[in-house]
Design a protein around this ligand. Structure first.
Ligand SMILES: [Zn+2]
Ligand SMILES: [Zn+2]
Length: 305
């Protein structure tokens, strides 16, 4: 909870922020009011190590159904049940989710909350506060998808305009959050008192994938791209292509072409003993590349451009 409280303090200071935590082949994404887990291997351990309360969990997002991404799911669902959850939990995944869930629910046992499987509508999902989550087609040996998480930022609020229109102070926040109001018999819309929408925050997770145009498009100007980097050296590029994965250099090149601001490499082959030693292969193409690792976190502030 200390972590969440610290996060809220950052939110208060910079209006909003996004924290992404790498956790043992699984992702925990915290954004003010939205918490989601992307793939899961080791039950709730990663989230608990990161100090994130699962009571706030809104969605579990699966990138594909290979064992190294889903074996922890029954344990995670049971842990959530033990915490007394009764409200529904979203389970997102690529094609085949219904069949996958039919098996997984037997392993998870009876749960005191409904799990809602969704293969994700093309327009994505909306969460309270305006955050959106959409699927990104990726290239692996089986149906797979990455995820694009966006946190919008409203235009700058103009108090003088709000006062001139007679909007009471207590209602300013509703307008800032995109709600229209009736004031003195007329409608005041957010656009009447706010400037144009400002740059928000975007985080893209690839899951297991070879480089592909859809992922590159999604990563365009992303604040953080977390991407498959299963193989270190280019000598293994043919093997990466055969198994639907990426090399350090390929991932870095994709991040550079997309104009991403940060890149975390992920999903290292067991043959890579020390990912940091191989990092220069990626940094030669994308200097800001970093190695993702268990428990890694970053706070992403809003920026103006
Ligand atoms: Zn896989
Ligand atoms: Zn994998």
């Amino acid at each position: 909870m200390e972590y969440i409280n610290a996060f809220k303090a950052v939110v208060a200071a910079v209006c909003a922020a996004l924290t992404a935590l790498w956790g043992w082949f699984g992702w925990v994404v915290v954004a003010w009011i939205v918490l989601m887990v992307i793939d899961y291997v080791t039950g709730s351990a990663a989230a608990l190590r990161a100090g994130v309360g699962l009571s706030r969990l809104e969605a579990i997002c699966l990138t594909h159904y290979h064992g190294d991404h889903i074996f922890g799911l029954p344990g995670l669902l049971q842990t959530i049940a033990c915490q007394g959850r009764t409200r529904p939990l979203l389970l997102a995944g690529p094609q085949g989710l219904e069949n996958f869930w039919a098996v997984m629910r037997l392993l998870a046992g009876p749960l005191p909350y409904p799990v809602i499987p969704t293969e994700m509508p093309p327009e994505g999902l909306w969460f309270e506060g305006g955050a959106t989550l959409s699927a990104v087609p990726t290239r692996h040996r089986v149906p797979s998808q990455g995820y694009c998480f966006r946190l919008p930022r409203a235009g700058r609020f103009d108090p003088q305009k709000a006062r001139a229109l007679g909007v009471p102070l207590r209602d300013w926040k509703r307008l800032q959050q995109g709600e229209s109001l009736e004031v003195g018999g007329r409608t005041v819309a957010p656009g009447d008192v706010c400037g144009p929408a400002r740059r928000g925050i975007k985080v893209v997770f690839s899951g297991d994938t070879a480089p592909c145009p859809a992922l590159e498009d999604a990563a365009r100007d992303a604040d953080l791209l977390i991407c498959d980097a299963t193989y270190a050296g280019e000598a293994l590029a043919p093997e990466a292509a055969r198994y639907g994965h990426s090399t350090f250099r390929q991932t870095a090149a994709l991040a550079a072409r997309a104009g991403a601001r940060r890149l975390w490499l992920a999903h290292y082959s067991p043959r890579i003993e020390d990912p940091e030693a191989a990092l220069p292969l990626a940094q030669a193409v994308f200097p800001a590349a970093e190695c993702g690792f268990d428990g890694k976190s970053v706070t992403l502030p809003f920026t103006e451009s």
